[in-house]
Design a protein. Sequence first.
Length: 553
Amino acid sequence: MKSKRFEALAKRPVNQDGFVDEWVDEGLIAMQSPNDPTASLKIENGEVVELDGKTKEQFDLIDSYIARYGINLERAEEVMGISSKELAQKIVDPNISREEIVELTTAATPAKLNEVVGYMNVVEMMMAVQKMRARRRPTTQSHVTNLRDNPVQIAADAAEGALRGFDEQETTVAVARYAPLNAISIMVGSQTGRPGVITQCSLEEATELDLGMRGFTAYAETISVYGTEQVFTDGDDTPWSKGFLASCYASRGLKMRFTSGTGSEVQMGYAEGKSMLYLETRCIYLTKAAGVQGLQNGSISCIGVPGAVPSGIRAVLAENLIAMLLDLEVASGNDQTFSHSDIRRTARLLMQFLPGTDYISSGYSATPNYDNMFAGSNFDADDFDDYNILQRDLRVDGGLRPVKEEEVVAIRNKAARALQGMFEKLGLPKITDEEVQAATYARGSEDMPARDMVADIKAAEDLLARGTTGLDLVKSLATSGYEDIAESVLNLLKQRVAGDFLQTSSIFDKEWHVISAINDKNDYAGPGTGYRLEGAEWEKVKAIPNAINPKDI
């Protein structure tokens, strides 16, 4: 006979997840592999001649780049002389300021920081994140995609997402040639929902850069870096080529982050027997060395790999913390779905949600997950109420706010109609009133009428061939009667010229003021200090629509 209790447990969602024992030689170990190097550093005549057990002659391209650009050598020998345990204690201690910690951690080597976070449990890491986050106020980012690349639905979903509080929104494509329409649709929709939201379209790098140069996007983050030389060279990339690409974006006022995450090297078959976290630490140092303002990390699309091994979700939090220790803006994952268990995916979120990161999710799906072309998100549109109530229960600012149905319906309708007018002025395929009506009330693409995708793709290619830019979008919106949205898109283009938001952890408020680690730096120093959810924002979080007001009884 079999135990009925075990029969019931076997049917639980968590037991549909995949798990694997550690396999050190193949890199299937989250943290502290016996093959990870011992921290070391030697400097001669201002040049690093030994880094984490390797002499200069043994450096691979990643070591060379980090040694030359990635470490503050002024205090490096001093920091390497501090025990890793002592440094971990300083990082957690709220009485030692973030500024003091950053001076130390940016002078350490990758293996040193890998050792340091190994001394911390998840509660200690969360305490450290609360102090080490660059910007004072946390926020979050969304994915806005759909199975059919329907531009009307993208605009409506982006408008709702902006209304709900997402400060950044990202789209991608089911069909690559749809990219220009997706990019302009998410931009128009987001600016309808709230002026100041910035958007991107995730694609292969040349097309992504082209759209950015035209003014169809305002930031990028899918510029991947890797922790082993073999993975880099297999992709025809080097740290220098990635650094050059970063400078291309910055030169045209485009905000950008690199992307990396624990597990990528294992997934690609070249982990060199090192722990996932150590290899990710090298990626974070590459990002710092390239002068990029931030990093999307938190395993990202590789989350299934660390999620399958012991301490893997702890390693994901550790990689977020290491990025903060190097004074980088962090979009901390919580994007690709990894578990059938609601309990487990919520626990994974809480590691960043509770202490707050610059962007708690680098892709909360603003659509139902069946429409998410990034392979689904940890949380999606069906979880909005749960997420808002978590904020209310715990008095935590996760970046979103409750909204009323009539507000959502109105803003979705306005975005769809604005896109309809813009498409007409640009000579793009017609958006019908039926499509506008459907997008106004749709949950997802199953509720939308089909478009002629062949005509859309041809029009998208023609849009690029004509040399269309962001100014053409502004003109078409203004002449179709949506001057307020046109003004918002124009303001976004002006910000590109000014470049003030090319600062660590930058976002805009609805008046287009830049909020960043420069003018809103994290000042947490223990209980009663730092960012607190209070005042008008706390009142918004409390005001969930289904709460009973005692005065009404």
